[in-house]
Design a protein around this ligand. Structure first.
Ligand SMILES: *Cc1c(COP(=O)(O)O)cnc(C)c1O
Length: 339
């Protein structure tokens, strides 16, 4: 089957693919799950996902390698994280094997949507878990749906490895001991308005500071922050309200094991940005997006350059990208073959 898709120029927007996976939890157990063609869900109007935000989600990608095979990057980590998120909002675990099997089934069923090697595009998978069924009180739902759909995507921020500028937000996406660490919808509802403000002012997105003191960098929109110090250390913030990015933990490993750098997870003070020679945002969707500059208190702090990626960021990107697309050998267990 031939598709009319311009693989090289894909952005990050919804495309309906052929099949999605759906499984239902009822009376204490999951059914076997199945692939369906319909991309609409029919759920009770009283579903807790709709009213009280009882839901969580994941994002991961399938990559086409040079020899035409297809692989996933660390899907076991997404499975673990969806269950940490689920527990935080009182939803049942999705067994790790069920999660990975569902992802594989969806990729195989939509194989012709996996972009060709070399296009830079990938197949993005969106697993999600929602509370459904008849319920009106603020309490957990009686039933749950676990679904996975997919779509081919290009770069999240336009331009790929071209630096973009961000602005510090006065708003918070999560509370100090709230749900920032969980990939739950409420955090993203809270981020829509600050994101729009940032875009209207000409920035790619906003950067959130720690919600308790507003002095430390936490998240770059829906991606994690990292900085490379002038003495070549990989630094990334640590806080209970940051979403633990799998890409970030992978880059920490790559920085230390592949590039021989020192790695530190610690506070990043927004008033000490001049300690960094380079900075970037990282996540599955963003991969690595170099940060050109950060606007704060009326000034733009530029790191390496507003137009060119820095040398260390480039090396990190090339290694991560190489592992994900099968050109560089990854650590044991990072790559899971679909076919
Ligand atoms: C998903 C997400 C990330 C990136 O996590 P990855 O596992 O690297 O994809 C970072 N920050 C937020 C707020 C996120 O939702």
């Amino acid at each position: 089957m031939s598709l009319n898709i311009d693989w090289e120029n894909l952005g990050f927007s919804y495309i309906k693919t052929d099949y999605r996976y759906i499984s239902k939890w009822k009376d204490g157990q999951w059914d076997n799950g199945e692939l369906v063609k319909d991309n609409n869900l029919t759920i009770s109007e009283a579903s807790t996902a709709l009213h009280y935000g009882q839901q969580c989600f994941e994002g991961l990608k399938a990559y086409r390698t040079k020899d035409g095979s297809i692989q996933l990057f660390r899907p076991d980590e997404n499975a673990k994280r969806i269950n940490r998120s689920a527990r935080r909002v009182l939803m049942p675990d999705v067994p790790e094997e069920k999660f990975i099997d569902a992802c594989k089934q969806v990729v195989k069923a939509n194989e012709h949507f996996v972009p060709p090697y070399g296009s830079g595009a990938t197949l993005y998978l969106r697993p999600f878990l929602i509370g459904v069924g008849d319920n009106i009180g603020v309490k957990p739902a009686p039933e749950f749906l676990f679904c996975v759909f997919c779509l081919p995507v290009g770069p999240y921020f336009k331009g790929g490895l071209t630096p973009v500028n961000f602005i510090i937000s006065e708003y918070d996406r999560a509370a100090p001991y709230g749900t920032g660490e969980a990939k739950v919808g409420g955090n993203y509802a809270a981020s829509l308005y600050p994101h729009e403000l940032a875009v209207k002012q000409g920035f790619a997105d906003c950067i959130y500071l720690d919600p308790a003191t507003h002095t430390k960098i936490e998240e770059v929109g829906a991606a994690n922050f990292f900085g490379i110090t002038k003495d070549n250390k990989f630094i990334t913030p640590q806080s209970p309200s940051i979403l633990p990015s799998i890409t970030k933990y992978s880059l920490m490993h790559i920085a230390s094991e592949y590039l021989g750098m020192e790695v530190e997870e610690r506070d990043v003070l927004v008033d000490h940005l001049d300690e960094f020679a380079e900075a970037g945002a990282c996540g599955t969707a963003a991969v690595i997006t170099p940060i050109g500059g950060i606007h704060h208190k009326g000034k733009l702090h530029v790191f390496h350059s507003e137009t060119e990626v820095g040398p260390v960021t480039k090396k990190l990107y090339d290694t991560l990208y190489g592992i994900q697309f099968g050109d560089v050998k990854g650590p044991e267990g990072w790559i899971v073959k679909v076919k």
